[in-house]
Design a protein around this ligand. Sequence first.
Ligand SMILES: Nc1ncnc2c1ncn2[C@@H]1O[C@H](COP(=O)(O)OP(=O)(O)OP(=O)(O)O)[C@@H](O)[C@H]1O
Ligand SMILES: [Mg+2]
Length: 472
Amino acid sequence: MSSHSDADERAAKAVGGKVQHILSEIEGPPYRTDGEVLEEIEGDSNVSGYKTLTGSESASEMRVRQEDEDKDLQVERMKAEIKKLERKLEITAQSTKSFNAQQKKLNEGFKVLRMKYDDLKADTAETMWEYIPKKIKGFDDLEETNVSIYESSTRIGEYKIGEILGEGQFADVKLAWKRDSDEVLAVKIMRKDKVHSVKDLKRVQNEIAVLRKVRHPNIVAFVDVIFSTTRIYLFLEKGGKDLFEFFSSHLNGVEHEMAVEIILGITLPIAYLHSMDICHRDIKPENVLVKVGEGGKIQCDMIQICDFGLCQKVKEPEVSMLTEFCGSPGFFAPEMVLGGGKYNGLLVDVWSIGCIMLELTLGHERFCKNWMSAYDFQIIQRPSSFEDSIEDAVENLDLRSMTDETREFITDVLVIKPSERTTSENLLSSAWFKGHPSLPENMAVEKQPRRVHLDSMDVQATGKVRMRKPEE
Ligand SMILES: Nc1ncnc2c1ncn2[C@@H]1O[C@H](COP(=O)(O)OP(=O)(O)OP(=O)(O)O)[C@@H](O)[C@H]1O
Ligand SMILES: [Mg+2]
């Protein structure tokens, strides 16, 4: 029996195998002989490459389906996001376009304005530098523009230009040499386009006119002037370093003898200018040049004043009628701000000499603390507060440690009421300078009447002051 059933079983298997083969050929998915469907599974060794499919989803199928659904959702979301971005891009492109259009319009407007501005500037320059000097009296020292002169940062015409010596509000001052000459000069270079008004033009005119006219060993001498298309080159005798720089290495002030030399070196040229009815109006350390000698020695003839940009020729009665505010805090006379702003141009120079004298005597730090503080920016905005603060500063000056002569000098000069202030001429006969070899003989002993003339010829006649001869 058993062999029969074994044979039956073998036969059945053989038939089953054939059926399965035929079915797989006809219908695709294979069937097991027991009728269950088989599905191909890669690498599933248990079912020889097939897995069993039941009526409900398996867990892995559910996971796959879920993942597919998630991916679809994500894709949908991204598509929506991309759409939004595309919309934004469109809007941005539109506003960029309109911005560009606006900018183009603005640029065109700007170009038109620039052209108008350039035309106006050219007209103004022509009026300033060509028309006014030719047609209006009082501008004779402004020469015609030399349009063909060679001009670069290192050369102007026959002059070589070197390194910077000093910078001011209106100009740069540089070293200069004339071709084929060893003489070292200073050239003050002023840009024409910084001259905006007739008032500024008058300053340039005054500076050149006065420098051409004056001759004094304590004033930098005029050498030459060139007017190029863009600049004015004013060639001057080269002075030493300015007193402002000098103070940085003399923070505690200077000895009595040195102070006398420096102050006399300033008072002599100021008295000389005043004798010619010229006021300087900008006496301050930056505008006083000092050539320091061997061993740090300073003599009065090593001092020179410069910067005549604010100077003014004044004659009685106009001398007391000036109104233009000039000078720098710490050094300008109080009447420039007080008393309705009318002032005597000669007496404001005397006050400024006194301020420099204070800085030399007190030293920079004490000068700033006890004196400059009275000129605080906020304070000078209101005349009444400036009046109080300058009065306090004068009253509180500690003169106890000073010699009688120094005290007398200061109390004669730093007088708030201009009518009670000493003059530059009288200052030369003060006890402080008494017996100094650089004083003109006739000024050395007694106080002189107010308007003694110290023009170069008179002074040369004394033989005491070294004056440059005009032809030198
Ligand atoms: N002849 C000179 N020799 C040497 N240095 C000079 C000479 N002239 C002027 N300087 C230097 O150049 C600086 C500027 O010159 P200056 O004061 O003439 O110019 P500015 O623009 O008119 O000045 P500010 O700002 O006082 O109006 C001076 O403070 C000084 O240091
Ligand atoms: Mg100056």
